[in-house]
Design a protein around this ligand. Structure first.
Ligand SMILES: C[S@@+](CC[C@H](N)C(=O)[O-])C[C@H]1O[C@@H](n2cnc3c(N)ncnc32)[C@H](O)[C@@H]1O
Length: 271
């Protein structure tokens, strides 16, 4: 059980959608074969990645949404359609950390995930890259946290707290030691080693002062992480939180969280 709630995924979805790099989805689309498209969404949760990508990929699509939380998969609609696209969505409960091999990647034209890559380990990502190379499949990993956080107005302890948070990000999230903020640059290297070309673009969250619920949840997550890494610093962390919440209540708090979107495609044979 990875501990993500449907409420949290719903809260972040609008911010995710406006932050993502549409240009990279269109670049992926230009490399995909004729329809119907067969696509795999890893760590799919309630299906936010599919909802974002489907209208942009256009046409007839068949998605497999994989996650280890049946309660999240239960929110996935079986079909999705709009003026230019129609999708069927099947779901499968699977622990990706231990059961990746049970997925036959050669059945898909596209392997994708959003907000997953920073949770995985280097060895797991290597395995995924080698399986994607065998299948000669296109990949897109969106919204990977990259370690940059900026809060406005600044507080003196901001970077100290984010240092603790980034240490926490490198802990085990079920896949072994997580890549955390290094995930996209590692993906670039490892997919390159397996013969892929790739592109990376920023997809930073910019959370506005009026988005109070999202800011509150984000700060709550930071507090938990900071306490876990530095339990002896509880007082300093609490003072920092109080100052951040004062800005939030005053309607002056704006938060930028660095994310990156990544696409990769196999080089042409001999290329
Ligand atoms: C941050 S959420 C992102 C969900 C969704 N992609 C989105 O963008 O809303 C990470 C997702 O990965 C799933 N996950 C984490 N560890 C997993 C594992 N070992 N096997 C399968 N899914 C996992 C979680 O259940 C969660 O749905």
């Amino acid at each position: 059980m990875s501990g993500f709630s449907a409420e949290w995924l719903q809260l972040r979805e609008p911010c995710d959608a406006r932050s993502r790099c549409e240009e990279l989805v269109l670049a992926v689309r230009s490399r995909l074969p004729s329809r119907p498209l067969q696509a795999l969404d890893l760590g799919s949760g309630t299906g936010a990645n599919i909802r974002y990508m489907a209208p942009r990929l256009a046409g007839e699509q068949r998605w497999l949404a994989v996650d280890d939380e049946p309660a999240l998969l239960g929110h996935q609609p079986a079909t999705l359609q709009g003026t230019n696209f129609r999708c069927s969505v099947s779901t499968r409960r699977l622990d990706l950390a231990t059961e990746l091999d049970s997925l036959s990647l050669s059945e898909f034209h596209l392997v994708t995930a959003s907000a997953l890559l920073d949770l995985v380990s280097a060895s797991w990502l290597q395995l995924l890259a080698s399986r994607c190379a065998d299948a000669r499949v296109n990949v897109m990993f969106a919204l990977t946290y990259d370690g940059r956080v900026q809060c406005m107005p600044h507080e003196p302890d901001d970077q100290w707290v984010f240092g603790l948070v980034n240490r926490h990000q490198r802990g085990n999230k079920g896949f072994g030691p997580a890549l955390g903020p290094d995930a996209t640059s590692y993906a670039r290297d490892v997919f390159g080693m397996f013969g892929f070309q790739s592109r990376v673009m920023a997809s930073d969250w910019v959370i506005e002062p009026e988005e109070q619920s999202l800011q509150r949840e984000l700060i709550a997550g930071w507090i938990t992480a900071a306490h876990e890494i530095a339990p002896s610093e509880a007082e300093r962390i609490e003072l920092w939180v109080r100052r951040r919440l004062t800005h939030l209540l005053a309607g002056t708090s704006r938060i930028r969280v660095g994310h990156q979107d990544f696409i990769a495609w196999p080089k042409a044979p001999g290329g």
